[in-house]
Design a protein around this ligand. Structure first.
Ligand code: E4P
Length: 217
């Protein structure tokens, strides 16, 4: 399972990278705004800085909602750095753009996926990744993990190459459950990733080992 970090915060990206378990980064316009990255040139510079801080794929989202605009923006983003993956919303024009980029060999991440039907369409259009938002589904009392399961089933039925990128991950159990189901990738906050480290028995066990070592010396 690949681990992506879902942030535009460079310090957090570098911290996850330093752990040695990071496979990529996802961003979105809200995450960029949260870091105070505004203005076209600053946003592009920030994408490059993120690419230089990590080794894997970096999703950069288009703002246009029409096919021509998405193509124009997506091509410019893809030219920024070889690690850029063009993030496209799941709308009718987006499906056309996914097909266009797939034919040009440009990687895409189809975002805002909330149903199996949308994931099927994205795979048919040749998306590299689909991003079902499990946390946001949970927020409206709908089982986000069930959607991951449905998409896994459909993609396996037809051997679709599109990777399931479980997004809107909020906590450690989301990561563990997505791994059990067989999501190809998960993207979550640093807190969810480092949360996987924690177990009280590890802390108790380590304290005892260190204490016993001191006694023996
Ligand atoms: C995915 O690519 C999105 O950036 C993200 O996972 C959305 O998460 P949120 O629902 O916590 O905003």
């Amino acid at each position: 399972m690949k681990f992506f970090i879902d942030t535009a915060n460079l310090d957090q990206i570098k911290e996850a990278q330093a752990l040695g378990i990071l496979d990529g980064v996802t961003t979105n316009p809200s995450l960029m705004a949260k870091e105070g990255i505004t203005g076209h040139d600053n946003i592009l510079k920030h994408y490059v800085a993120i690419c230089e801080a990590v080794e894997g794929d970096v999703s950069a989202e288009v703002i246009s909602v029409d096919f021509e605009g998405m193509v124009r923006e997506g091509e410019a983003l893809a030219e920024l750095h070889p690690q850029i993956v063009v993030k496209i919303p799941m709308i009718k024009e987006g499906v056309k753009a996914l097909k266009y980029f797939s034919q040009k060999g440009i990687k895409t991440n189809c975002t805002l996926i909330f149903s199996a039907g949308q994931a099927l369409l994205a795979a048919k259009a040749g998306a590299t990744y689909v991003s079902p938002f499990i946390g946001r589904l949970d927020d409206v009392s709908t089982d986000g993990l069930n959607l991951i399961q449905e998409i896994r089933h459909i993609y396996d039925n037809y051997a679709f190459q599109t990777e399931i990128l479980a997004a809107s991950v909020r906590h450690t159990m989301h990561i563990i459950d997505c791994a059990k189901i067989g999501a190809d990738v998960m993207t979550g906050p640093l807190s969810a990733i480092t949360g996987l480290l924690n177990h009280p028995l590890t802390d108790i066990g380590l304290a005892k080992f260190l204490e016993d070592h001191k006694k023996g010396n």
